[in-house]
Every structure is written in structure tokens, then in C-alpha cells.
Design a protein around this ligand. Structure first.
Ligand code: AMP
Length: 423
């Protein structure tokens, strides 16, 4: 097989400048919403000790069983490219002494994730997620704060009418075993009817039986026992209060008794944000009250939410009515003609950049009309033109691109005049 050195690996892609506009739009809105809600940013390493995910996410999960990029480094350590953000954030919480910070600790990230999945629309082997986590709060108010903050992000993105919030409670370590026993009994009687993957899930991760997308498994899912009917008193109270508080602040949701999440660490409240049209998950999360303990800390309740940026970009593109704040690549273009003018152009560009003005210039020998059409493409507000005469006179023509007005200014007044016009 020939190695394609001029192609990105399957399931990965370059995110080019036009696409970056969407990525930056999403990041800006995400950051402004979570910053106002008191979350602070962190980055974790792109790879971690493999056991972090095996222990944290869970052995029987699809991610750990089939999707991790795991490799040995030269010292023989088993490392894994980060497939999700929560386990690394909790590892950082423990390692970096955040247990002694005022609780809850509220953190957020915007990072790429790596999963060896079958590439298709909206499913990549490298994809970006934004996420936020609240560690150290057991109250249903925290559940509501996370769900409503996620809703606010979608609202600010202009997508709130395109998503619906699916909500469920999958109980805790006290009530879940009883539910899983019932679920396994039910499936045990019907194992012949399920797909190959569900036969495996039955053994390794029975909760995920409810998550199967195969048509032949749907009738069984419909009739399956539901976790909300098996909640212990504490989990029941927690879920009830969460729903009441959501109603009180007017956050919309739908209870979905079949919603389960892909990772073992989830407890109690779980949620996903689906597209209205095709029920495609744009984001999801939930409580993970045992994860801190599983990773070696003292029992600490926690919860969070994460969302797939690539999928949100695709959703935004389906809605051209949503105005993305498309910034032009530059505000000023400097065009020149002649050897002397080229030197003036370089000096002028440096002066503009020093002042933080976004400027572009053409320093090769393109014709003036080629340069003006480049300025048009960049959608700059102003074009500064230095011809041979201007280079000799030490002047510059300022052309306002919207009105077409042109005026001549001496060199020393240019920066000041450009700033005035850009205001
Ligand atoms: P998860 O924690 O698996 O629910 O992932 C969180 C979000 O990331 C999902 O709701 C998706 O929007 C997105 N996502 C997960 N896997 C992929 C993938 N392979 N490619 C693109 N987006 C993904």
C-alpha cells in the first residue's frame, strides 16, 4: 500500500481559514458564556497515561474497547491520545492540588479529541470539543447551572430553536445494580433478537443496550425497563428537584428514559443536546459523582458538559440566516507601484502593524489593478496607494473602499488618518 505523504490521515482534516471563522465564532461565544458563569480555562496534555481512560471512562465502553489511539513511547509507557476531556480534567484537579481551592472548582476547555471511529459526516478521528466541568457540588442547583449554561451557549450561537435537551437519571451505585439486573434479565430472554454489538454490550456494558441505533434492536429498546423507575430515594429526590428548578428558570427539556451516556463514570442526571431535525447529538454530559474517587481522590461530586465543535459548524452552515460575525482578513490594504514605492510600502506596513492595525500589502510586482482586486477580495475598508509620484512626494493616497473616495496625505499624517477612518 502506498503511503500518501500528501494527504492528511483518514478521519482528519485541515481546518482552513474560511472554516476558522466558524471555529472562532463558536469559541468566542462559548468563552463569553462560561466566563460570565465563573468558569476558568485549562488545557490538558494531548496524551495521557492509558490507564486514566481505562479506569476513568471504563473498560467495557466503546471508546476504551475500540476507539483509543494507544501507543508505547520509547520508555515503554502506554500512552493514549485524549479521546475525551473529563477524565483529564479530573486528573488535573487531583494532581494540581485543586482540592484545596474553594469548591466547587469550575473549569473549561476547547481542545481536539482523538477517537478511532469510522469517518463519516460529523464523525472524525480528530474532532474539537468545548467543555466545562464543575467539581465539588452535589446540589441539583449545580445540575441546573450546567444545563442552563449549555442552553445559553446554543441560544447565543443562534441555534436554540434547532436543539432539544434530552434528560434522564441513570441512578447511582446504590440503585443502578438493581436496575441493571432487571435490564439484563429482560435482554437475556431476548438475546436472539439483538444485533452482534448488543450481544457484546449485554456482557460488557448493558446500559449501552439502550443506545443501539440498529433497526432490529428498536422494538426491544421501546419495551425495556427504565432507570427512572428504579431510582433510590436520594436519586429520585435529586432528579425531581433538578426538573423543578429547570421549570422554574424556564429551561426547556424533554425527559428521555432511554438516554444513557457512553462512559461508565456517569451517575444520576445525564443530558444530551440533539438537533431537532435528525436527533444528532451536538453535545452532552452529566454527573460523575464517583470519578474523583475512582482516580484516587476523596469522594467528590462533580458534573459537566461537552460539545462537538465540528458538528456545531455543520449545523450553523445549514442555517445561513444565522449571521456569523465574519471579520475581513485585514482592514487596510497597501498597494504600490515602482521600486521606491515598494520600500515606502514596507515601511508603511510596519508602521500600521506597530499600531495593531490589521493591514495587508502586496510587495511583489503585481499591476495596480491586480492589487486593487486583491484588496476587494480581502474586503478591506481602506486601500492605501503609493505610486511613483507619491513615493517621490512622500505622500499616500487613501481610498475608502465603500464610497470610492480618494484623498492624498503626507507620510507623517497617514497612521493618524487611517485610525480616524477606521473608527
Ligand atoms: P461524547 O462525550 O462522546 O458525547 O462527545 C461529546 C460531543 O462531541 C458529542 O455530542 C458530539 O457532538 C461530539 N463528537 C463525539 N465524537 C465525535 C467525532 N468522532 N467526530 C465529531 N464530533 C464528535
Amino acid at each position: 500500500m502506498s503511503k500518501k505523504i500528501n494527504q492528511a490521515p483518514r478521519g482528519t482534516r485541515d481546518i482552513l481559514p474560511d472554516e476558522q471563522v466558524y471555529f472562532s465564532y463558536i469559541e468566542k461565544i462559548f468563552e463569553s458564556v462560561v466566563n460570565s458563569a465563573g468558569f476558568r480555562k485549562l488545557y490538558t496534555p494531548a496524551f495521557e497515561d492509558t490507564n486514566l481512560f481505562v479506569r476513568g471512562v471504563g473498560k467495557g465502553t466503546d471508546v476504551v474497547e475500540k476507539e483509543m489511539y494507544t501507543f508505547n513511547d520509547k520508555s515503554g509507557n502506554s500512552l493514549t491520545l485524549r479521546p475525551e476531556g473529563t477524565a483529564p480534567v479530573v486528573r488535573a484537579y487531583l494532581e494540581d492540588g485543586m482540592q484545596s481551592w474553594p469548591q466547587p472548582v469550575k473549569l473549561y476547555y476547547y481542545m481536539p479529541m482523538y477517537r478511532y471511529e469510522r469517518p463519516q459526516a460529523g464523525r472524525y478521528r480528530e474532532h474539537w470539543q468545548f467543555g466545562f466541568e464543575m467539581i465539588g457540588d452535589k446540589d441539583p442547583i449545580a445540575d441546573v447551572a450546567i444545563i442552563s449554561t449549555a442552553s445559553r451557549i446554543f441560544k447565543k450561537l443562534g441555534l436554540i430553536d434547532q436543539v432539544n435537551v434530552q434528560l434522564n437519571s441513570i441512578g447511582c451505585q446504590n440503585c443502578r445494580p438493581k436496575y441493571l439486573k432487571e435490564l439484563k434479565e429482560y435482554y437475556g430472554l431476548n438475546l436472539k433478537k439483538v444485533c452482534v454489538d448488543c450481544k457484546r454490550r449485554y456482557e460488557t456494558n448493558p446500559l449501552r443496550l439502550l443506545d443501539c441505533k440498529e433497526a432490529k434492536c428498536q422494538p426491544l429498546i421501546e419495551e425495556a425497563p427504565q432507570s427512572i423507575n428504579f431510582l433510590c430515594d436520594d436519586c429520585h429526590k435529586h432528579f425531581k428537584e433538578t426538573l423543578e428548578l429547570l421549570d422554574e428558570i424556564g429551561t426547556n427539556y424533554e425527559i428521555n428514559p432511554r438516554l444513557v451516556r457512553g462512559f461508565d463514570y456517569y451517575t444520576r442526571t445525564v443530558y444530551e443536546f440533539w438537533t431537532q431535525t435528525d436527533g444528532y447529538a451536538l453535545g452532552g454530559g452529566g454527573r460523575y459523582d464517583r470519578l474523583v474517587e475512582i482516580l484516587g481522590g476523596k469522594p467528590t461530586p462533580a458534573l459537566g458538559f461537552s460539545s462537538g465543535v465540528d458538528r456545531i459548524v455543520e449545523e450553523l452552515k445549514k442555517h445561513p440566516e444565522i449571521v456569523i460575525n465574519q471579520e475581513s482578513a485585514a482592514d487596510v490594504f497597501v498597494a504600490q507601484i515602482g521600486e521606491e514605492a515598494r520600500k515606502s510600502c514596507l515601511k508603511l506596513l510596519n508602521g500600521l502593524w506597530d499600531q495593531g492595525i490589521r493591514a495587508e500589502g502586496c510587495l511583489d510586482k503585481g499591476s495596480i489593478s491586480e492589487q486593487l482586486s486583491m484588496a476587494n477580495k480581502l474586503k478591506t475598508k481602506l486601500t492605501l496607494i503609493i505610486g511613483q509620484k507619491e513615493a517621490f512626494d512622500e505622500t499616500v493616497i487613501i481610498k475608502e473602499m465603500d464610497s470610492g473616495n480618494q484623498e492624498i496625505y503626507p507620510h507623517e499624517k497617514i497612521i493618524q488618518e487611517v485610525k480616524k477612518k477606521l473608527k
